[in-house]
Design a protein around this ligand. Structure first.
Ligand code: ZN
Length: 168
C-alpha cells in the first residue's frame, strides 16, 4: 500500500468564487502512482470549501446568486465586531455551515470515480485571496509499474504544505 500527500495552490479573484480543480486533482492522481484506492481532499480553511457539482456557466452563476441571497454579506453578525485579519467575514463562515471541508473520491484503475457530470470545485467564500490551497492524501495500491515512493517527485508547483495566509 502507498500513501502520498500533495497540494494544489490556488488564488481567488472574487468574494465568492467557484474554482474548478478537477484537472489538477487528476494530475495529482496520475502523479501519485495509485491505481486502486482513495483520495481525500481537504480545504484547511474556515471560509473555503470543497463541492462536487456540475460545471455549467449558467449554473455557476445561479450558485453565486443563491449563496449571496442565502447569507447576505451585511448582517448583524457578532463575529464582525472583532474581525481577525480585518476581515468582516461572518457571512463566509455561516455559508460554510452548508458545505464540506473535505471529500473522499474512490480511484479505480488509476482514474477518479467521478460521475460524468461531476466536477470538483474549490468554493471561495471570503475572497479574493492570493494564497489558498487544497491538501490531498492518496492511499491505495500502486500500479505494478509505478515508480517507487522514494523517487516520486511532487507534482510541479504543488508541494505538500499547510494552508497559506491568515485566518479563514
Ligand atoms: Zn472570520
Amino acid at each position: 500500500m502507498r500513501t502520498r500527500l500533495d497540494c494544489i495552490r490556488l488564488a481567488s479573484t472574487a468574494p465568492i468564487q467557484l474554482l474548478d480543480i478537477t484537472d489538477q486533482v487528476r494530475a495529482c492522481c496520475a502523479a501519485s502512482g495509485i491505481r486502486d484506492g482513495l483520495v481525500t481532499l481537504i480545504s484547511r480553511h474556515t471560509t473555503a470549501y470543497i463541492n462536487l457539482n456540475e460545471r455549467e456557466p449558467q449554473l455557476q452563476q445561479d450558485m453565486l446568486t443563491y449563496l449571496k441571497r442565502l447569507v447576505p454579506r451585511d448582517g448583524d453578525y457578532l463575529h464582525n465586531l472583532a474581525p481577525v485579519d480585518d476581515r468582516d467575514n461572518a457571512h463566509s463562515h455561516l455559508l460554510g455551515l452548508f458545505m464540506n471541508a473535505s471529500e473522499t473520491i474512490p480511484i479505480a484503475d488509476g482514474e477518479l470515480l467521478l460521475g460524468a457530470w461531476q466536477s470538483i470545485f474549490f468554493v471561495e467564500l471570503d475572497g479574493p485571496r492570493p494564497e489558498r490551497s487544497v491538501t490531498l492524501q492518496f492511499i491505495g495500491q500502486p500500479a505494478p509499474d509505478a515508480a517507487p515512493d522514494s523517487i516520486l517527485a511532487p507534482t510541479p508547483n504543488q508541494t505538500p504544505a499547510g494552508p497559506a495566509g491568515g485566518e479563514g
